[in-house]
Design a protein around this ligand. Sequence first.
Ligand code: DP6
Length: 373
Amino acid sequence: MTEQDFIPKSYDNSIESGSVKWSSPSNIALVKYWGKKKNQIPENPSISFTLSNCKTITEVTFNKKESDGFSFDVFFEGEKNEAFKPKIQTFFERVEAYVPFLKDYHFKIETSNTFPHSSGIASSASGMSALALCLMGIETMLTDTIAPSNSTALSINSVEKSQFNQKASFLARLGSGSACRSIEGELVVWGENTSFTNSSDLYGVKFEGEINSKFKDFQDTILLVDKGEKQVSSTVGHQLMFDHPFAKERFDQAHTNLEKLKEALISGDLISFIEIVESEALTLHAMMMTSMPYFILMKPNTLEIINKIWNFRKKTASHVCFTLDAGANVHVLYPASEKEMILGFIKNELAEYCENGHYICDQIGLGANQIQE
Ligand code: DP6
């Protein structure tokens, strides 16, 4: 597939107005995307677990208009939100060639998250994927051979689901790179590599191969160490990989780690899994610390938690491990079979390092869903 393949030929239906609603989850990378080229093309491949409970729910209502240009209003958790508009404007500009109906309608975008806004959990993956799915929903209504009698009712049956997901992921990537990994579950790979023959820089693909049952119901408890806004955004962090002294080594390492992780996920090798995932998390933060300008997103409590996890693992031979995204929060990953023991450990020994003792229990999920009302 090339970018050109995502440009639609024409739309068969003319629709005055309608609405679509999707819920899309967040995801947590195991091999990290950090560094990108022009047009949101990643410098290295990444792989993530799709989450289940941390989601964005977005409804897009559209009405035909005559005027030129993009026209939209954004409501976040019921309140009109101006702060999200520039990001959506940029997104619309980037995707317009692929969803050319964008200038034909005024859009009301109503969005909310299942996780607290000020939790330090990035909502760009779930938010941008939910919006991309809504645009795909509208495109389906415009191309569906059986014109919907009631334009609020959307049927995606006539469109190959895999094509729908592929284009949704392609669009989501143009909103936020990691968002392309949120359309499907349980594990999604993004970025061309030799371990996954169907992989692409343009969109995420489902893990090829049988995931070992040990990873099927993996748990992710997110420890909210710092709920504040990050001092350095991911976008700036990615840019700092341009002249980074270790960039080449890092991008090569991601390929090797992905290959090793694929083997571990298939064979059920939890020890290798832990080694790769924790090393990836610390490498991501090492890249930040060795950028110019350098920066640190971890907090003292992030390190306290990491050390506690290491000690606990040594003491109990459990398979708990951690990963980090671009912030201070810690994702505690563990097999469902150890849930009781690890949740006890989190409650008794880790919660004290979280802001107001807050953490969110999540697990590996199956991807986005259309909400039909
Ligand atoms: C550390 O996807 O947020 O979470 O493409 O600029 O929107 P943009 O960046 P973003 O970067 C995510 C970086 C990460 C690692 C990952 O999810 O792979």
